[in-house]
Structures are given as C-alpha cells and as structure tokens.
Write a protein that binds this ligand. Structure first.
Ligand code: ZN
Length: 299
C-alpha cells in the first residue's frame, strides 16, 4: 500500500507537525515543543497573528487541488509562441497564475482574477479577454499556509523555506509573496516576429530591470523536478507592484518584510495546443537543463 502523503517522513516530521502546533501557538500554549519556528516564550514569530486565521486551522497536510497548465515549457523553448487559449478561457481555470502571451509578448501574472501583461520596458497593463497565450499555469489560489516571511529573504532562500513549511516536496505549490521589497531584479521577454527563434535566442538580449524600495506581489509556482519539460522546475515567479503599473519575470529579489502564502496542488490539468506548430515541435531536446537555465534563471 502506498504511503499516504500525510504519513510522517523522518526528515519532514517537524514540518508536518506545524499545523497542530500552529493551533497551539494560536492558543499560546505550544505544549508539544515541536514547532521549528517556536521560540522560548511559546509564541511563533513566523505566524502573522492578524491575517487569514483560517489558514492556521486549514485541513492540512493536503487537500485535492487542481492546477491548470496550457502547453509545455519544452514547446516554448522550441519556439512555439502562439497558442489558441484565450485569456478569457484561462481565467475560467483560475484567479491566479503566470505565463506569457502569443508572440512571446511579455510576461503574464494573474492576481485576484485579473490578468496583467508585463512588457520588456517594465510596464504593466491589463490584458484583454481576447488575447491568447502559448503557455500559462493557473489555479484558484487558496492560502492554506500563511507565514510571515523571514526578514531579508532573497530568492535563494525561498525554495528551502517552502520545503521547511510544506508537508512534502513532492507536490506542486502556488506561491504568493506580498510585502515591501528592497529590490526586485526582473527580465521580461519581448515580442518576437516570425519565423520565431528558439527561446534561448529570443531571450538572449533581454535586459534586466531592477525595481527598488517597492511594495508588490511575487506570484508563481514551485514545481517538482519530475515535471521538468512540462513546466519550469523549482520556483518560477513573476513580480508586479502594488500599483499594478510595473513588473516582470523575477531573477532575484530581497524582501524586507511581508507574508508568504502557499497553496498546495495535487492534480494537474494539462491542455496541449491543437496547432500545426505544436504538433511538429521538437519537445525532447538533449540540452533541456541548459535551455531552461539560460531562459529562466539567466545567471
Ligand atoms: Zn517567467
């Protein structure tokens, strides 16, 4: 019989216990002493006391929750930049997400049911329902796990932090990080013209744009390595400021203070484009790792 996801693993026992100890912390008892974030006074400084109190009582470790994805990362890498899914249809799959637009015309972020288009000059505008996407991931975001972010969190801290607060690294996670950023370093794809180059060439000249001392939201997904090729393994996140006027694909950031909200995903609805270009695409490149690193991480 397979081990159920809520069964304690030796390395994760402490984080599995956090749901119950959060409840204890809420009652100011913390009697189990197993909460990794607890201090000697019994209060957990990582738990924000005022927001989303229901998240502290969520029926974790895991609820079934579907993530929707249009097309494949490998298709994007192969230069398949036109899809047939409209933004209107995509929003029917979720009120939260990231992706790009046909022609690779900027980065996408969906927050609270609104789809934003982030362009190479760092500007953000509201996308229309009839625009189309060649690649996007969306879900109805439910903040099952809410934590006050550790101070001065940078991008490299996020994956280990998430792993420390989720019940297992083997599920998908949607992430929403809100707060005050000291800086956010972004890059944004620019609109391509046909014949489309492969993505490593299309993104080679992208300049990075830095935002400083800005309040905003970083939104995206932590994807398990086994999804490599389907999606972007690790954390793939986009930034938009609180005014919804600027943002981009996040290369790095430093969060002064804020909250980290996490929505676990257990089911993947994958929609492949019914286009001649997709049907002829080369979806299993031998240098997949290098291509993903060059286009998404850029360091
Ligand atoms: Zn991106």
């Amino acid at each position: 019989m397979p081990t159920p996801p809520w069964a304690p693993r030796p390395a994760a026992a402490a984080s599995l216990a956090y749901v119950n100890t959060d409840a204890n912390t809420d009652a100011n008892t913390n009697s189990t002493g197993t909460n990794p974030g607890a201090n000697s006074t019994g209060a957990n400084p990582d738990i924000h006391p005022d927001i989303h109190p229901e998240a502290l009582q969520a029926d974790l470790p895991i609820n079934r929750h579907t993530f929707f994805q249009a097309s494949l990362m490998t298709a994007l890498l192969d230069g398949i930049y036109d899809g047939e899914l409209t933004i209107g249809e995509l929003l029917g799959k979720g009120n939260f997400g990231i992706g790009t637009f046909n022609g690779l015309d900027g980065e996408m972020v969906i927050l609270d049911g609104v789809c934003w288009q982030l362009r190479g000059d760092g500007t953000a505008t509201r996308a229309t329902m009839t625009q189309k996407t060649p690649f996007a991931v969306a879900t109805n975001f439910v903040p099952h796990i809410v934590r006050r972010a550790p101070e001065n969190t940078v991008r490299a801290d996020i994956t280990p932090y998430i792993d420390s607060v989720v019940p297992s690294a083997n599920y998908m996670y949607a992430l929403r990080i809100c707060g005050e950023f000291e800086w956010v370093k972004t890059r944004t794809v620019v609109k391509q013209s046909k014949p489309y180059p492969k993505m490593v060439d299309a993104t080679e000249a992208d300049e990075s744009i830095d935002f400083e001392n800005v309040r905003g939201v970083i939104a995206g997904f932590r994807t398990p390595v086994y999804e490599k090729g389907i999606s972007v393994p690790g954390c793939h996140v986009h930034f938009i400021d609180d005014d919804r006027t600027s943002g981009g694909h996040v290369l790095d950031f430093k969060l002064k203070s804020g909250t980290i909200e996490i929505c676990p995903g257990t089911d993947l609805e994958l929609r492949l484009p019914l286009t001649p270009e997709f049907s002829h695409a080369h979806l299993a490149p031998e240098d997949l790792d290098a291509q993903i690193h060059a286009t998404e991480v850029k360091d």
